[in-house]
Ligand binder design. Structure first.
Ligand code: NAD
Length: 278
């Protein structure tokens, strides 16, 4: 098991970049005050990783939140993603510039292909490789790539993706994909780690949280980290942003890790990477 120590702890990507393993997701955090405050509260509390995307329509607020926080830009791991209708070589380069402009920064820490788009994503990837070589982004990766998407992409790449960001929670473990990514030095990352809020209804989670005297969010997010998976829970409420990150003072036992793994039922709360229409 990789060592999990504190809110600013990192996993090392295959290019040596240190990626904070715990971050703030901002999907559905509204641009303007809501996202500005979420980002500011998170950074001032000790978060060092913010996950946005051009499609979230809040990059301006994210940038403003970083600037208004007590933390220097260079100490923040800032992630954005290229949206589907911007895929392709030239369009991706333009989309990257537009994201930087909205964020008010001159580099990203990680840029992801948001969804796999077949052959087109190979051109998108070439654009990401160029941005990486030009040192405009410190690491590059993909999102929502199943094993067959990766097997299709990998033979054509010069630089292996550093990340695969996937829906991941106890109802959707996809252990085979996780093993494949680990074997290829592609860091796995969880989106919707709280099952978009559904995790809070599970009796088994209530029981475990009670037993550890922690919250359900802290248990499931700690499970992510102990599995070596980067996690980016979303909240725009200051108390939850702070509480969700309070998980560095306990450890989930091996038996309970297994019990959580065993909840897997291949259930998605988000779109299926093999069957989406956007
Ligand atoms: P999530 O699983 O993080 O759940 C968020 C929901 O849980 C929100 O409704 C929030 O209010 C609630 N919540 C958070 N903390 C809570 C607490 N302590 N108690 C009770 N409720 C709480 O869902 P998500 O936002 O879908 O995923 C997290 C992040 O992952 C996103 O914000 C985004 O950055 C990223 N994401 C990426 C993709 C992708 O395709 N790459 C897709 C979805 C999300």
């Amino acid at each position: 098991m990789k060592k999990i120590t504190n809110l600013q702890g990192t996993f090392e990507l295959h290019n040596g970049v240190q990626m904070p393993y715990f971050g703030l997701g901002v999907y559905l955090s509204k641009d303007g005050n809501e996202v500005i405050h979420a980002v500011k509260d998170a950074l001032n509390h000790g978060y060092r990783h913010i996950d946005t995307a051009s499609i979230y329509d809040n990059e301006e607020g994210v940038g403003q939140g970083i600037r208004e926080s007590e933390v220097d830009r260079k100490d923040v791991f800032l992630v954005s993603k290229v949206w589907n209708n911007d895929q392709g070589y030239d369009a991706t380069l333009r989309a990257f510039d537009a994201s930087l402009k909205r964020l008010g920064t001159d580099y990203l820490d990680l840029y992801l292909i948001h969804w796999p788009k077949g052959e087109l994503s190979k051109d998108t990837w070439k654009a990401l490789e160029r941005l990486y070589k030009e040192k405009r982004v410190r690491s590059i990766g993909v999102s929502n790539f199943l094993k067959h998407h990766l097997e299709d992409l990998l033979p054509s790449v010069e630089i292996v993706p550093m990340i695969n960001q996937m829906e991941f929670h106890p109802y959707l473990v996809q252990q085979e994909l996780l093993d494949f990514c680990n074997a290829n030095n592609i860091q796995y990352e969880a989106w919707s780690p709280l099952m978009q809020g559904h995790i809070f209804d599970l009796e088994v989670m209530k029981e475990m949280a009670h037993r550890y005297n922690k919250t359900i969010a802290q248990i499931v997010l700690r499970w992510d980290l102990q599995k070596g998976v980067v996690t980016i829970p979303k909240s725009s409420k200051k108390e939850r942003i702070i509480a969700n990150a309070d998980l560095f003072d306990f450890e989930i036992s091996e038996a309970d890790m297994k019990a959580l793994n065993a909840l897997d039922r291949g259930k998605r709360f988000g779109p299926d990477p093999d069957n989406f229409d956007f």
